[in-house]
Design a protein around this ligand. Structure first.
Ligand code: HEC
Ligand SMILES: [Cu+2]
Length: 246
């Protein structure tokens, strides 16, 4: 709904400019850079299947392209729309017609200059494009995630992805029963925290970025708990895992 209104406004503004340039670039390097930045800067809010992005704060970009295609647009026009949205996002907060919740506007200047072009080129080429990215593009931007974080000396370290992907550095975690301090250092510039729920526990650390550490101090019985990031949309986007306490 929101996307549709924005698109109509953008289209009107864009119709003229699109003739002047902005051809779809398919140079490999640009797309690798574009995908890497997309995962870091956009994936927490948008869904784009090829980038393994599952954000739900803004509209799905796979669906945005499908709608544009139904409107008769080509991928290069869509690339221009994405580029323009990055440079000049609508700054008026709007209300989600489904949930009735206020939607925070998309932040401006997440990427600029050629980076913005690369991101737009990647989104335009990847949106609702069946199949998977191949070659160097396949792994671009993918967070390096390890399987299992293990508690040591009453401390469990579950850092956020240092590059800003919407992920923790570990998929799951394990700790002995008893007193436990859970630390989540976040080197990136995207807000994250660490929260824990299950078996009557419901705790949440501070939201941090730029090297800050989100911390929970708790006392746990054996069982399964879920750790997650409570920043809007991040849990749905993949920031959650199981903490098994033995
Ligand atoms: C903090 C959340 C957030 C981030 C990060 C974010 N967006 Fe958005 N985006 C939104 C919201 C909310 C909307 C819908 C309202 C609007 O247009 O501002 C939106 C709208 C869009 C649209 C228009 C879609 C349509 O259907 O009309 C595009 C394209 C887009 N974003 C691309 C991007 C790209 C590319 C990035 C990364 C550079 C990005 N967004 C980062 C929240 C975000
Ligand atoms: Cu987060």
């Amino acid at each position: 709904m929101i996307g549709g209104r924005v698109r109509t406004a953008l289209l009107a503004a864009f119709a003229v400019i699109s003739l002047a340039g902005c051809e779809l670039k398919d140079d490999g390097d640009n797309l690798v850079n574009g995908k890497t930045l997309f995962v870091q800067k956009c994936g927490s809010c948008h869904t784009l299947a090829r980038a393994d992005a599952k954000g739900v704060v803004g509209p799905s970009l796979d669906e945005a392209w499908q709608q544009s295609a139904r409107d008769g647009l080509g991928r290069s026009t869509f690339e221009g729309i994405v580029h323009r949205q990055i440079l000049q996002p609508n700054q008026n907060p709007s209300v989600d017609p489904v949930s009735g919740k206020e939607v925070k506007p998309m932040p401006p200047d997440l990427v600029t200059g050629e980076d913005a072009q690369d991101v737009a080129a990647y989104v335009a080429s990847a949106a609702a494009n069946p199949g998977k990215d191949t070659g160097r593009l396949a792994t671009a931007g993918a967070p390096k995630q390890q399987e299992l974080a293990k508690a040591e000396g009453g401390k469990l370290e579950i850092p956020a992805d240092p590059n800003g992907a919407t992920a923790y550095a570990f998929a799951d975690a394990e700790a002995p029963a008893g007193q436990l301090t859970i630390n989540s250092v976040n080197e990136s510039s995207v807000d994250h925290d660490i929260a824990l729920e299950g078996n009557g526990v419901n705790e949440k650390g501070e939201v941090v970025r730029d090297g800050g550490t989100s911390t929970i101090e708790t006392d746990l019985q054996p069982g399964e708990y879920t750790f997650f990031c409570s920043v809007d949309g991040h849990r749905q986007a993949g920031m959650e895992g199981t903490l098994t306490v033995k």
